[in-house]
Design a protein around this ligand. Sequence first.
Ligand code: FES
Length: 119
Amino acid sequence: MRRVCSLDELVDGAAATFEVGKHIVAVVRIGEQVYAIGGRCSHADVALADGDVDCDTKQLSCIRHGSAFSLETGVPSTLPATQPVPVFVAEARGDDVFVSDQPTVNTPTPSPRVKRVES
Ligand code: FES
């Protein structure tokens, strides 16, 4: 697990992009809960953190074509994306947010060498 930011840095109901180890990860805050999925859409390599979060269904929608990815499974519920994105363990410990540097499910998404990308 790696610390990516403080909880206060995450906007409730929005996503932000971080580099965690070799992966670009979209980290989403919903209330005091945090989620982390692969940061690039499986359809056309678009930054998922640029999309909208549905707090009720716990999905992050791709800004380009609208596929909605589950924050819990990484699986898209709508076309055109058909492939899941990786899912990472994410935890808020006090005011710090930690994300696993390896996905727990689905195919890893290698990332370019960047430190942090604001969404
Ligand atoms: S680029 Fe994400 S759904 Fe097409």
